[in-house]
Design a binder for this molecule. Structure first.
Ligand code: FSX
Ligand code: SF4
Ligand code: F3S
Length: 367
């Protein structure tokens, strides 16, 4: 395959190996093998980039930030090599009538093919007047854009089920996209923010293979949301051995023990953040010593007190554990944010395979 000019490292930050790595992580997130990741790369190189129309409702823009605002500019550029972001209110340099015209143009040029992405909840109370863009309510806008979309994705917990804005008493009637577009298939990628690899894998699969990932009853990709945090948590060995932190800062907390009694919602929260880190810094809530608040789950996130404990959904211990952390200077690797992978667990095994695939990824000349 011919090496593109852009494949050459830019400021040492962007090269084809990075490109393939992101594609492999995205493919693994939705359960696709590394060979499909190569197809993602080839599609991008041939200019087959999905047209994405990205709407913002009620949210903090964290999903966009975690996808594009990276510490290495090359990575954001690389993601923009994979998708054609034809409309995005936060990132567009244009404003006013120009941006409204761009939206109409993108919808007409790619009718029936574009991927509609919604970030944020939609206020439905009082006719939807609590969120208006270009004189239209968000409620009307999502119906209009959904009409000609090829695929519809709700990114983040706000768009998936209402998110933090829907916390009682929910004064604006903040609602998730699937409820607003009842009857249409809306893929949900919950998380506050959503894991960008789950999003990229879904969009790239749709464009390159023409299919959507296998979805669960809440239209979440099964591979990414099929298991609980508790099943592949690096602190799980501590849970099963009865070693718990009882207070923030106590000896158990400093030793990196299980956070269940500090209110960890991992036993009922379905997500892959423990095994597929994002945000580039390699950390995640539990890795940082904070209990999972169940941000991906509609009935838990922002609705239950942080200190409340939950029932254990799947109590059976895993076949194997990540290495229980060796304590160095009073802080174990888990407390320091280094998450282990649970060998044998389905998700863990999938990502281990992905990691190996990344390591063994063909270099520029071979691909
Ligand atoms: Fe924010 Fe996205 Fe949370 Fe919501 O993420 S990180 S409030 S899920 O819609 O911008
Ligand atoms: Fe990990 Fe939380 Fe389960 Fe403890 S309760 S093992 S910290 S997911
Ligand atoms: Fe959210 Fe819990 Fe993961 S709070 S980011 S699902 S550890």
């Amino acid at each position: 395959m011919a090496r593109r000019e852009r494949d050459v490292a830019v400021d040492g930050s962007l090269d084809r190996r990075d490109f393939l790595k992101v594609c492999t992580m995205a493919a693994a997130a939705v359960g696709l093998p590394a060979s499909v990741a190569v197809k993602f790369v080839e599609a991008a190189e041939q200019g087959l980039k999905p047209s994405v129309i990205w709407l913002h409702g009620q949210e903090c823009t964290g999903c966009t930030e975690s996808l594009l605002r990276t510490s290495r500019p090359g990575l954001a550029e690389l993601i923009l090599d994979l998708i054609s972001l034809d409309y995005h209110e936060t990132l567009f340099a244009a404003a006013g009538h120009q941006i409204e015209a761009a939206l109409q143009q993108a919808m007409e040029a790619n009718a029936g093919k574009y991927v509609m992405v919604v970030e944020g909840s939609i206020p439905v109370k009082d006719g939807g007047i609590y969120c208006k863009i270009g004189g239209k309510t968000m409620l009307d806008l999502v119906h209009e854009v959904a009409e000609r979309a090829g695929a519809i994705v709700a990114i983040g917990s706000c768009a998936s089920w209402g998110g933090v804005q829907s916390t009682p008493p929910n004064p604006t009637g903040a609602t998730g996209l699937p409820e607003v577009l009842e009857g249409k298939t809306v893929v949900t990628i919950p998380g506050c923010p959503a894991n960008p690899y789950n999003f990229l894998g879904t969009v790239l699969q749709y464009v390159v293979l023409g299919t959507l990932p296998k979805l669960d009853g809440k239209n979440r990709p099964v591979m990414a949301y099929g298991t609980t945090i508790h099943e592949h948590c690096p602190r799980r060995a501590h849970f099963d051995a009865g070693r718990f932190a009882r207070q923030f800062g106590d000896e158990g907390h400093r030793q990196g023990y299980c956070l269940y009694y500090l209110g960890c919602k991992g036993p009922q929260t379905h997500a892959n953040c423990s095994v597929l880190h994002f945000g580039e810094v390699g950390t995640w809530p539990i890795g940082n010593g904070h209990p999972c608040i169940g941000c991906t789950e509609a009935r838990i996130g922002f609705k239950t007190a942080i200190h409340d404990t939950v029932e254990i959904e799947r109590p059976t211990p895993p076949d194997s554990y990540p290495p229980v952390e060796e304590v160095r200077h009073g802080i174990g690797p888990a407390a320091a944010g280094i998450a282990g992978l649970v060998g044998g667990a389905l998700v863990g095994a999938g990502y281990m395979a992905a990691k190996k695939a990344v390591e063994a990824a063909p270099d520029d000349e071979e691909a």
